[in-house]
Design a protein around this ligand. Structure first.
Ligand code: FRU
Length: 492
């Protein structure tokens, strides 16, 4: 690791012969490596970047440090797909070789303009915390997939007056004939904010000002902003740092918020009606959305938490992204549901149905990459438990406290713990009636749980000691269950 830290600012162009192949070899047989979630072949992945539907294909880029599982010099890695399911690895998209991005090509977004995909990102400069600043940069991918950096780079030099060096993660959209860019920022008084630039051509930008919201003191830094409309509602998403846990809210060190309201970008205001968290799990951060050819608003996030150590580090890789999720705005909730294309991965269907009355039932399973759909009806008892990865010593548990309208996930029994200092459970309030539906995607060490049509989502990583596949449902009262389970095939 020490040697690795010395090489923290090495680009992939400086790799020694065989160095990456060796790292990939060390990581390839890790049983915790997902088979259908986007993950790095070696090194560390974090935020998704530049997600877009372009020229008939889906493109996902992600923050990547190739040389080990640490937050070293960030590159943009690239995968693409024709169907949102089967991912092809492409050459690394952005390598931070230039002075204006010397300490990393940080996160950003993509937007299609004519025959090109414009990729906006932050050139990170950090000689020390005191001299830290950032430039905003542009890379252009043409329809042949060739990527070049703009000759106008950096398209925005340094930081506007009133903010610290923490300004990053451009999200660009088009509205009324103009381009707008919002960036996560930290004010000089160490509170988080969003700032806005505007442009007529996407290359020459003018600082417009700070986006005014009612959240004037809400954490010390806002990262990875996103702005879009779904179901006729304006939604602002961002990842604030420095919120304190409040009941079921903000249980992670860094959390992700969506604000529902009305954007008036000309007048720099987002009038917030209310805010909520996007995902109540342990491992969810820096999501990005885009609209695809069907007009769907799709979201992909980093299934990770920056402050934690993960046990795959010993095998030279860490983290993965979530599956693509479609967004819906229903019942005042921003709901997330896995994209329907994932059905193409299904095989080996298992179906069971029946009644529980204070007892339990096992769901036959022989894989750790599967989709589990559970419908519980005629619920009379008060506690329902679902155990995954169940062995003598360990289990990942989802439980419902029906009387108190609470859902909970629990990974405390795993001896490969992650971030246990801030708790091994996460909770959420949810109206539970006589019927609960749960859709779960498990992929070796990642679990994504969608409850009641995506009204509540938990994303979590878990690292079982051995490859146990047992699944059990139990309840302290009566209920009727209908379960469909499919193994899911390899897709990356
Ligand atoms: C969020 C983040 C971004 C930044 C990137 C660097 O996880 O801190 O704000 O651009 O990661 O990798």
């Amino acid at each position: 690791m020490d040697n690795l830290k010395n090489n923290k600012y090495m680009t992939i162009l400086e790799a020694e012969d065989g160095q990456l192949e060796e790292l990939m070899r060390l990581s390839q047989n890790d049983p915790w490596k997902p088979v259908f979630h986007i993950h790095p072949e070696c090194g560390l992945l974090n935020d998704p970047n530049g997600v877009a539907y372009f020229n008939g294909e889906y493109h996902v880029f992600y923050q990547w440090f190739p040389f080990g599982p640490i937050h070293g010099l960030k590159h943009w890695a690239h995968v693409k797909s024709k169907n949102l399911v089967q991912w092809e690895r492409m050459s690394v998209a952005i390598i931070p070789t230039e002075k204006y991005e010397i300490h990393g090509a940080y996160s950003g977004s993509g937007i299609v303009k004519n025959d090109n995909l414009l990729l906006y990102y932050t050139g990170n400069i950090k000689y020390s915390e005191e001299t830290r600043y950032a430039n905003q940069c542009l890379a252009i991918m043409n329809k042949y997939g060739e990527i070049s950096k703009s000759i106008s780079n950096p398209i925005i030099r340094s930081i506007p007056e009133g903010y610290t060096g923490h300004v990053r993660d451009p999200k660009v959209w088009q509205e009324s004939g103009k381009y707008y860019m919002i960036l996560g920022a930290q004010r000089k008084d160490l509170t988080g904010a969003l700032i806005v630039y505007e442009s007529y051509d996407g290359v020459e930008w003018k600082f417009k000002g700070e986006l005014k919201t009612s959240l004037t003191t809400f954490g010390y830094m806002w990262e990875c902003p996103d702005y879009f409309s779904v179901g006729g509602k304006n939604i602002l998403v961002f990842s604030p740092q420095g919120l304190e846990t409040k009941g079921h809210d903000y249980q992670n060190l860094y959390n992700v918020i969506y604000a529902v309201g009305t954007m008036d970008i000309e007048n720099l205001t987002f009038n917030i009606e209310y805010i909520n968290e996007l995902d109540k799990g342990f491992d969810f951060y820096a999501p990005q959305t885009f609209q695809d050819g069907f007009g769907r608003r799709l979201l992909i996030a980093w299934a990770g938490a920056a402050e934690n150590q993960y046990p795959t580090e010993k095998n030279q890789w860490s983290h993965c992204l979530t599956v693509p999720r479609e967004l819906f705005f229903e019942d005042k909730i921003l709901k997330q549901r896995p994209v329907r294309e994932l059905e193409a991965l299904r095989s080996d269907h298992v179906h069971i149905q029946g009644y529980l009355d204070g007892n339990s039932v096992d769901v036959e399973n022989n894989s750790n990459s599967y989709e589990l759909n559970i419908e519980l009806t005629s619920i009379e008892g008060s506690i329902i438990l679902l155990d995954l990865f169940k062995s003598e010593e360990e289990r990942f548990r989802l439980s419902f406290d029906v009387k108190n309208d609470i859902a909970l996930i629990d990974r405390q029994t795993f001896s490969n713990g992650i971030g246990n200092e801030i708790g091994c459970t996460r909770t959420a309030a949810i109206e539970l009636g006589e019927k609960i539906t749960v859709q779960i995607f498990v992929d070796c060490s990642i679990i994504e749980i969608f409850i009641n049509g995506g009204a509540l989502v938990f994303t979590a990583r878990a690292f079982p000691l051995e490859l146990v596949t047992a699944i059990t449902i139990s309840a302290n009262g009566k209920l009727k269950y209908n379960v469909n389970k499919y193994n899911l095939k390899k897709a990356i």
